[in-house]
Structures are given as structure tokens and as C-alpha cells.
Design a protein around this ligand. Sequence first.
Ligand code: ZN
Length: 200
Amino acid sequence: MNYIYCMQSLFTLIFCLFCLPALAQLSDGEIMDLKTGRRKEDTSYVYWLPYAENKRFLLIQASNSKMSHRDELSLDFKMKKGSKICAAREGVVIEARGDSDKGGLKEENLHDGNYIIIRHPDGSIAKYWHLEKDGVFVKVGDTVQKGQPIGASGNTGYTAFPHLHFQINDKTGRQILTRFYTRRGIKYLRPGNWYKCVRL
Ligand SMILES: [Zn+2]
């Protein structure tokens, strides 16, 4: 095993230890509750990755990791500024902001993020955060299709480097884990991996 591969595996392992969800994925369609050991069919919605088809990005932080996300169930994709952001699921834009050009790791930056929030047909919402200035291509009330370009990534708000923060809340407001189509099937994402957007 070469050094880089080894470091990558270590990196992935460390992240996974910190971010193990309460559910384990057994196959594309089956999950196991780690507390009870019970297997069940996974009927949850399958999202598209929130960027352009065939583009791949590194997931640097995911659900439940103990860094800035703490108890959040959300995803951070490392992304060059200006990368195209696409709707992971169809819905209606309920909030959006694109006029900020500020970002950093100061408390005051918490309110500087540009973002888009989309409500899906089942009442859940998706949040796309840290978009670049003027990087919001939709407005409140717009209906968007799955895969439609909606914005451009950036580094606004509370952030240390350019990335997309993506999260889903269910209709009760609870943050939830979601699965995605990937080149290797339907997956819950793990940090330290690159994911290419495939659309099935
Ligand atoms: Zn984040």
C-alpha cells in the first residue's frame, strides 16, 4: 500500500469513526438500525448530487462529524468558487439571498452567507449555502426541476474555504440523512470520498 493511499484510508477511517450514523447501509435498498440490529427496506427519497452532471467533488465533512457541524446532519463539498450548483430535487424556492460578498470564520460572518432554500413536494426542504456574490440564479416563488442549475458556489458566510454546505430538513424541521445516486450505486455519503454526479 502506498503512502498516499494509506493516508487517505486513515483520513476516511477517522472521519467515519466520528460520524457513524445510527443506521448502516447494507445495500442499495436495505439499511440496518445499529441500535436494534434490525434490517429494513430503505424507501427514502434518492437525491441527485447538488452539482452538474459528471462533475466530481470531494466530500470533506458529513453527517454528525464532530467538527463545525456538531450534531448537524449535513454535507460539505469542497468546491472552487463559481462551480455550478444544481437542484438535488425538484421544488419551490422559499428563501434566497445572493448579495453578500463577505465570508470568514468570525462570529459576524454567521449572517453573511448567500443561500437558496427549496421546499420539496413532501414538505422537506434543502439548503444550499455559502454561494458566491450574485451566484443565485433563482428567486423566491420559482419552481425548479431536479438537476436545474440554481446557483454558483462560493465562500460567503461562516466558512474557512470555498465549499457548498448542503442539508435536508424533513417537514417537521428535523435534519435528516439522505442518500444519493452515485457511480457506485445509491449511497449515503462518507467524507474523504469523491462523488461524481450521475443522474438516473
Ligand atoms: Zn457545512
